[in-house]
Write a new protein. Structure first.
Length: 367
């Protein structure tokens, strides 16, 4: 059975409380990840993989029909490239996969009011699922969060709090609410959404008929790439695939703490001062899952890349000209594919994290 415990002291997650961190200051994670049992065949989407006796049998689910997103092969020089269009999820981003499980978890534990912080996508998703599950919700975002994401949050009925300064200031502001006793339903710190993210891996294998050679994903707090890693590991442990893919995490050079750790040969992200970047979704200076990612790629099973703003912007417009309208953060994966070694020419899947309607970019910047 799945076991959640502190990565620092080993204490199990409390049965009757909902902390985002352990009392020792450590981060909670799955010591034993939910086993991969395949699709139950009775439904479509994410819960076809999760609603089983080993994980979620019999408990109510808060869902908007997330998952089952398209996998699209695209022309790309020297590389068999497929795009996993997570922009097709209900609120327009991959965050819905984590939100459906996290909010279901909170509701089943009797939580009726919660707070969250976000650069935008997670907040919009969390607000939508709280609305679906009848939970009161307050979302803290940096003042610079793009307009469409803020609109989504408010339209779903959440209280929106815009915080001046960088993304880290929104994270700091939400802690005051948590200190007052409100449940901090953090998509970054709470691990309960990770099994939802893992279903991206399950769907990729089902859609391709095999595990890809490589997977490219943007890295902010790291939950996306880390959740995908845990998904492929669960499939390998179940005998569904032979080997896990080669992982490529990509960050903006303006804020690349995990990439800095990788290039320094460190097992931990390195301190950085965030600069300005169009990739607002990964502008995270202290990534919660950064160390877990570096641990998994340190033995040659992956790498980190960082791309410049010029490379990011060029990738964004090139994707649009090929019919792929994504948010600028998603264009990181295309820029990374340009930088990758093409000699192997093996199947690569890149994760498109969010829709272009979320952060509209024109020649002058984000609207």
């Amino acid at each position: 059975m799945p076991v959640v415990a502190c990565t620092q002291c080993g204490a199990p997650y409390p049965e009757h409380e909902n902390p985002y961190l352990c009392k020792c200051g450590g981060v909670y994670d799955y010591q034993e990840f939910p086993a991969f049992l395949g699709s139950n065949g009775s439904q479509k989407g994410l819960w076809a993989y999760l609603e089983n006796p080993a994980f979620w049998a019999g408990k109510p689910v808060v869902t908007l029909g997330e998952g089952n997103t398209p996998l699209l092969q695209v022309p790309f020089a020297g590389l068999p490239l497929w795009l996993k269009l997570e922009s097709a999820n209900p609120t327009g981003s991959y965050k819905d996969r984590g939100s459906t499980v996290l909010v279901s978890h909170l509701k089943n534990r009797g939580v009726s009011s919660t707070v969250e912080d976000s650069s935008g996508n997670a907040g919009a998703s969390f607000a939508a699922y709280c609305a679906r599950g009848s939970l009161r919700c307050k979302v803290f975002v940096p003042e610079s969060a793009s307009g469409p994401k803020r609109t989504q949050i408010e339209m779903f009925g959440a209280e929106l709090v815009r915080v001046p300064g960088p993304r880290s200031e929104a994270a700091r502001a939400v802690l005051a609410e948590a200190a007052a006793g409100v449940v901090y339903g953090s998509h970054a710190y709470m691990p309960f959404g990770l099994p939802g993210i893992a279903t991206i891996a399950y769907e990729i294998v089902e859609q391709l008929g095999a595990a890809p050679h490589s997977v490219i994903a943007p890295v902010g707090h790291g939950g996306l790439l880390y959740g995908i890693m845990r998904g492929f590991e669960a499939m390998r442990d179940a005998g569904a695939i032979k080997d896990v893919p080669f992982y490529v995490g990509v960050q903006s050079a303006a804020c690349a703490p995990v990439a800095a750790g990788y290039f320094a040969g460190s097992p931990r992200p390195q301190p950085v001062t965030p600069g300005e970047t169009l990739a607002e979704g990964v502008k995270v200076s202290s990534p919660v899952r950064g160390q877990a990612i570096l641990t998994r790629i340190k033995n040659g099973n992956g790498k980190m890349l960082s791309v410049s703003e010029a490379q990011l912007k060029a990738a964004y417009f090139e994707m649009a000209r090929k019919g792929i309208y994504c948010e600028p953060t998603s264009a990181l994966v295309w820029a990374a594919a340009v930088l990758m070694e093409k000699s192997s020419a093996k199947t690569t899947v890149a994760i498109i994290t969010g829709s272009g309607y979320k952060s509209v970019l024109n020649q002058t910047g984000i609207v």
